[in-house]
Design a protein around this ligand. Structure first.
Ligand SMILES: Cc1cc2nc3c(=O)[nH]c(=O)nc-3n(C[C@H](O)[C@H](O)[C@H](O)COP(=O)(O)OP(=O)(O)OC[C@H]3O[C@@H](n4cnc5c(N)ncnc54)[C@H](O)[C@@H]3O)c2cc1C
Length: 235
């Protein structure tokens, strides 16, 4: 599909936690997309653009974007200044970070790794796999965040957990409070504790380039075939 210029309007905007915002953009006419793809948003009058993964499922006349405004560059400031009713221009939809249905046939489990808003495309990818494609292998999401106060979408993940025994969700906090009951450290430390048949694993990594570089090597060393590792780097 060739990406199209789409004009939409902000339908909803909310602060989820910390510096993380959810922005819903509605369109009169929307282009097709596959879970995992991103939109290129025009963020100033000079035509500067920033990429944001679509954080919602296709089939609606709106898309959700999940944005961490911490970098506070031109994109972050634009998102922060948006109000309901504002017109926005996106180029949609782009990227090859999608699940290849042919690979699903030979895979025993799918591992999704995210840091920060890298969880944005993973939620619709996981919902698509479980609710729509009825994938019956194990689907595991490991989400790395710096502080537990910045977590969001926990209820939504609980709902998927309730609906599917084959969905596993782990959070790992790199700067936890003393009371944090879960994993501490980085995404890779949780991977080291998994016992699974790595040759039958598909892996999708999204978020910080450091996390991706580190865990791509780790997964290859464990035996995940090179062609079964996919990533989207947020740089
Ligand atoms: C394919 C793709 C999809 C993306 N999807 C999302 C998404 O769904 N949600 C989201 O929040 N972001 C996403 N990003 C990152 C996003 O496009 C911007 O790069 C990021 O929001 C910073 O933009 P900015 O204009 O605010 O800052 P910039 O002006 O680009 O940078 C300001 C300063 O912050 C640093 N910086 C830039 N990006 C980051 C970062 N991610 N973390 C820490 N420091 C940074 C820069 O080095 C610079 O010093 C995606 C990136 C790509 C390539």
């Amino acid at each position: 599909m060739v990406p199209e210029k789409l004009i939409g309007k902000v339908e909803y905007k909310a602060n989820l936690a910390g510096n993380n915002y959810l922005v819903r953009i509605g369109f009169e006419r929307i282009a097709d997309f596959t879970p995992g793809q991103y939109a290129s948003l025009k963020v100033n009058d000079e035509g500067i653009r920033r990429s944001y993964s679509v954080a919602s499922l296709p089939g609606k006349k709106s898309i959700d974007l999940l944005v961490d405004i911490s970098p506070m560059g031109v994109g972050s400031k634009y998102i922060l200044g948006l109000n309901v009713g504002d017109e926005v221009e996106v180029l949609g939809f782009l990227g090859r970070f999608i699940v290849d249905p042919l690979l699903l046939i030979e895979s025993k489990q799918i591992l999704f790794l995210a840091t920060g808003t890298g969880i944005a495309p993973l939620r619709p990818m996981i919902e698509d796999l479980l609710y729509k494609k009825k994938y019956s292998g194990e689907v595991r999401l490991i989400w790395g965040m710096r502080y537990e106060k910045d977590l969001y979408w926990l209820k939504e993940m609980d709902n998927i957990n309730r609906d599917f025994d084959n969905f596993k969700f782990d959070i790992v906090i790199s700067k936890p409070s003393e009371d944090w009951p879960g994993f501490r450290g980085h995404v890779g430390s949780v991977i080291d504790q998994l016992a699974q048949k790595w040759s039958g694993t598909l892996a999708y990594l999204c978020g910080s380039p450091d996390m991706i570089a580190e865990n791509e090597i780790k997964l290859k060393e464990k035996g995940v075939p090179e062609g079964h590792i996919f990533y989207e780097k947020y740089f």
